[in-house]
Design a protein around this ligand. Structure first.
Ligand code: HPA
Length: 270
């Protein structure tokens, strides 16, 4: 694993070797944020040693390094999901590569289904915590001591300090930013209505198929993490239609302007 990480990091450094302030993982349909990055250096996943390629519609498969709101950022356009068949080590590989590049700050974004009553399509939510009971542990197996300890505390996976900045930026820009708990579902099928009621009883406000493994690994290696969810649909059984991926991508695209404003503002104040 160390050599996989080192080779991928060395390849990225052959394009850019200065300090990178922050990495941003862009979820389904949230890719347009990458277009805001100035003087971009674009690296295709297919050229990065040990990076799988991302095939899903709405996920491009590129790293973009450049300037956003005066900071040097690395955006990940397209992420690796467990449901694609990758093992968890591959799903979280980019996070460890970012750490190896010296990046200490991370924004994870995703599209998700809204469980709590007020979480309707188009609403943006600050992730305050997650439920990962159904997420195979990305830390299972040998511990990578260079990154973090065997038994890691998960009390504050999502930074309260940066969360407060996010709420301020939202307020100053008249963007509604809810707060809530995100639960992981393995997918690729959407949940059944009974599963959504179970999640609700467990305390979940939203549900999606990403973010939790990456957030756990970022916490393991001591990165400061912010999680932003875009609700693209009412979770299964709570709306009046069946769920579809095109609906998810459409809702994500409709909210794009607010998300770009919010994330750019947060990066500026980070
Ligand atoms: N469930 C799981 N993942 C999702 C959903 C959902 O309702 N919407 C977008 N991603």
């Amino acid at each position: 694993m160390y050599s996989k990480i080192n080779r991928a990091a060395a390849y990225i450094q052959s394009f850019y070797h200065n300090k990178i302030d922050l990495a941003i993982v862009l979820g389904s349909g949230l890719g347009p944020l990458a277009d805001e990055i100035e003087n971009p250096i674009i690296i295709d996943y297919k050229d990065i040693p040990n990076f799988p390629t991302s095939s899903l519609v709405g996920h491009a498969g590129q790293l973009i390094i450049g300037t956003l709101a005066g900071k040097t950022v690395l955006a990940m356009k397209g992420r690796f999901h467990y449901y694609e068949g990758h093992d968890m080590e591959t799903v979280v590989l980019p996070i460890r590569v970012f750490k190896k590049l010296g990046i200490e700050n991370l924004i994870l974004t995703n599209a998700c289904g809204g469980i709590r009553e007020d979480l309707n399509p188009g609403q943006i939510m600050l992730i305050t915590d997650h439920i990962g009971f159904y997420c195979p542990s990305p830390l299972r197996g040998p511990n990578y001591d260079e990154f973090g300890p065997r038994f890691k505390d998960m009390t504050e996976v999502y930074s309260k300090k940066i969360g407060a900045i996010a709420l301020d930026v939202a307020k100053n820009n008249n963007i509604s930013l809810a707060k809530g708990v995100y639960a992981f579902f393995k997918g690729p099928m959407y949940e059944s209505p009974a599963e959504i009621l179970a999640y609700k009883a467990l305390g979940a406000d939203t549900v999606g198929m990403s973010t939790v493994p990456e957030a756990i690994v970022a916490r393991h290696c001591g990165m400061t993490t912010l999680g932003i969810s875009l609700i693209t649909n009412k979770a299964a059984g709570l709306g009046n239609s069946e769920l579809s991926h095109s609906e998810v991508v459409e809702a994500a695209n409709a909210a794009e302007k607010n998300l770009v404003t919010l994330v750019t503002g947060i990066v500026k104040e980070w």
